[in-house]
Design a protein around this ligand. Sequence first.
Ligand code: SAH
Length: 503
Amino acid sequence: MPEGICFLVGAGPGDPLLLTLKGRDCIERADVLVYDYLCNPAFLRYARSGVDKIYVGKKAGSHTMRQEEINELIVSKTLEGKTVTRLKGGDPFLFGRGGEEAEMLQAAGCRFEIVPGVTSAIAGPAYAGIPVTHRAHNTMLTIFTGHEDPNKAETSIDYKALASMPGTKVMLMGIDRLATITAGLQDAGMKAETPVALVRWATTAQQETLVGTLADIAAKAADASFKAPAVAVFGDVVNLRHKLNWFESLPLFGKRIAVTRTRQQAGELVGRLRELGADAFEMPTIRIEPAPNKREFYESVAYAHGYDWLIFTSPNGVDAFFTAFFEIYRDARDLGAVRIAAIGPATSARVHFYRFQVDVQPEKYVAEEIIAALQKETSLDNLKILLPRAEGARDVLPNELTRLGAIIDEVVAYRTVPETSDETGGIERYRSEGADMVTFTSSSTAENFHALDLPPHAGVSFASIGPVTSQTMRQFKMPVCIEAKVHDIPGLIAEILEFYSKK
Ligand code: SAH
């Protein structure tokens, strides 16, 4: 039996890019993933498919699994010879009971490793524009917990020690007893006017920050129903926030945007939206599958050199074509003198990726425009054209080309099927919370979103990449609030920015 190992991994404070490379490596290697509510579920996508994913909950007060059960779980899975990756919010050894889990593993004779993480104690303030240390303000940092054991009602915070300690203090947990804690600190001599900031769901697009003083922060938090999870920062450094509040100033900060795409492709749009501050999440609605009639497709690809033109209408078509091509041939020159047309820059970019040039790319990225662009180059009469496309694609392009005298061979290169699994929880999230915006980047995303039959949510804006997609959306009674002028991802992003800049 292989020897098991357990990695206790700090998953960072929430921003999915704040996971360490080593942490990601451990997720990729895992046979069993154990995670809780402070971990971003987006990380599950790094896992190999079919891996055992176990949610152990752990919101203060509403434990899905008790700590003893968690310990037992990771120990028993490791003893079974599995690679167990236990993801913990922030850093595993800072108030996360990571020390206890490591002790249990050690006592049971399990191999284990610790992968430190970016802690919310430092990253939380940083994302609120607060450096926990600053040469002009302090030389010490104290991190304490307002709740050393969530099962214990009382706390044994040493107020005297905290109040007399110079420098910044950061408190984790205990937001629900802020009134008691701030009163205790004042009684022990900490100045009433000490600046305090509370940062909730720090580093995520749901981040909220509340600023006050030691005297009034508890009342402010109660008024605003400010709830956990939050970090509290006490000290003069809080005043730097008015200059350094970079994250909450991002243009799409706080906007919840659901990105409907294939699982393979959601990354780019989600990544860009997150960089702009949005709470972007993937809703896998479709999945790309190989051509149902592989033989027919491969035959067309093998004879591609016998055509005058090869027209691509999507990046997926390009991938399907060249994957097949290089399975059949070893030499790029076997494509012969066929010329290549591509609809839109994303499709062209995919062609370039395979080191082929695009001879024609229409100005506007809709099928109809390609005909005009081709006609500029050549007469269509008797022109032999190969058109690798998605199953069920629109007939406008082949029909028009045939009418103009071209000889078209249309071949199904791939098909899109509804995605039924919801590994990162995006569909469930939309079902329960809705979103400010949902983006559609192809007709099939709109069609399959519709097929999911999700509950209507008020105030959702639907954004489309272009007129063809918009047409499908309208067909399903989805109001098109935004349509990109340039029909690609940067064009869609530009339009979203424009939309929110006016709001
Ligand atoms: N090991 C974790 C802390 C676990 S204790 C770390 O290093 O960050 C749980 C507490 O961490 C929460 O009650 C809250 O105070 C804080 N916390 C974790 N993630 C947070 C986030 N994204 N925003 C604000 N506080 C967070």
